[in-house]
Design a protein around this ligand. Structure first.
Ligand code: AHG
Length: 338
């Protein structure tokens, strides 16, 4: 069969009425920017891009040089095309406006330019995550409040994982699709259409070093997984933790599994570790569109009404039946279900 490039796929999606010309251009621009980020990450020590930038981001976290470079690549690529009203980045306190005199569009773009950046220096997969919302009608200078829309309103979401291969996973709400970068030709080529995540799994991803800080229902749930074949679940479970959400989610999108970053006593005041707008919502959209589930352990992530651009939430996502069981244990402990 003839390979389908991302551009051809976007034309198909326009013909099907799933996206308009502006959203198609937006995705093309983001994909092109991600190719540049992939080149920068791929240079490793030879590019002088490893190590710390000497600055802190809005979350007070030390920035890696590649965090800063990736953020600039995405901002610069998206400034001129006329497809955006504004964008927001995990790395910046406030939304970035389109410079004066440049054409503006109707979309809001949110991104985590380089997720898992603690893995850069050790040459482990990192990635970019993005989410697209519609700018409310009549708003010409979008502020943070205009981005605070529930995940159910996302028009598109995607991630690019910079691993052994550079892979883009994308949804417009009509299934989840995967594109692999042909590095010689420079094009993303459709490698899987209509991905389905198995409803059951025997593989889970969690940072076990936080175990002593977890709440009781999480202790119970993971305790049962660890008990294996002779425990209440009656089967052995395997564990993986890359500590790059893109890589852990990509494994789930490829062979099933579950990913948990639950609330724990250490991060209780922050509400969670991962960011709703840049990580949880786009990943939830991608996972749900592939037949999986995504909750905070208590509620569906995409139904949360965001309260802040940099809000953090607990994240449970992946194979439906496992996420539902872990969520049930939390809701039961809260007295929300019997
Ligand atoms: P960052 O973008 O600051 O590198 O954070 C990475 C995120 C996410 O990608 C990953 O799943 C999680 O943090 C790892 O957290 P731990 O280091 O606590 O395991």
């Amino acid at each position: 069969m003839k390979p389908v490039s991302l551009i051809q796929f976007l034309i198909e999606e326009r013909r099907a009425g799933h996206i308009n010309a502006e959203l198609s251009l937006l995705i093309e621009v983001v994909a092109r920017a991600c190719k540049r980020i992939g080149v920068a990450t791929g240079k490793g020590a030879l590019g002088g891009v490893l190590g710390m930038a000497g600055t802190d981001n809005v979350q007070g976290e030390a920035q890696k040089k590649l965090d800063v470079i990736s953020n600039e690549i995405l901002l610069e690529a998206n400034a001129w095309g006329g497809h955006l009203a504004a964008c927001a980045s995990e790395e910046m306190e406030d939304p970035q406006q389109i410079p004066d005199g440049y054409p503006k569009g109707q979309h809001l773009l949110l991104f985590d330019p380089l997720d898992g950046s603690s893995n850069i220096d050790v040459n482990v997969s990192v990635g970019t995550i993005f989410s697209v919302l519609r700018c409310p009608d009549g708003v010409t200078e979008p502020k943070a409040e205009h981005f605070l829309q529930p995940g159910t309103t996302q028009l598109a979401a995607g991630y690019v994982v910079y691993g052994p291969a550079t892979v883009l996973v994308l949804t417009f709400g009509h299934g989840t699709h995967e594109f692999t970068l042909d590095r010689e030709v420079g094009s993303f080529i459709l490698s899987r259409r209509g991905i389905r995540i198995p409803e059951q799994t025997a593989e889970f991803a969690i940072n076990m070093s936080n175990q002593r800080h977890w709440q009781a229902p999480m202790q119970r749930y993971v305790g049962e997984l660890l008990a294996g074949r002779t425990g209440p679940r009656g089967k052995d479970f395997n564990m993986r933790w890359v500590a790059s959400m893109v890589a852990d989610v990509h494994r789930i999108v490829t062979r099933g599994g579950v990913f948990y970053y639950p609330l724990d006593a250490k991060i209780l005041d922050k509400g969670g570790k991962l960011r709703l707008m840049y990580e949880a919502n786009p990943m939830a959209f991608i996972i749900e569109q592939a037949g999986g589930a995504a909750t905070t352990g208590r509620e569906r992530i995409m139904e949360l009404q965001p309260t802040g651009l940099h809000q953090r939430v607990p994240v449970f996502l992946g194979s439906k039946q496992e996420v539902e069981l872990a969520t049930h244990y939390h809701r039961e402990a809260d007295g929300a279900v019997s």
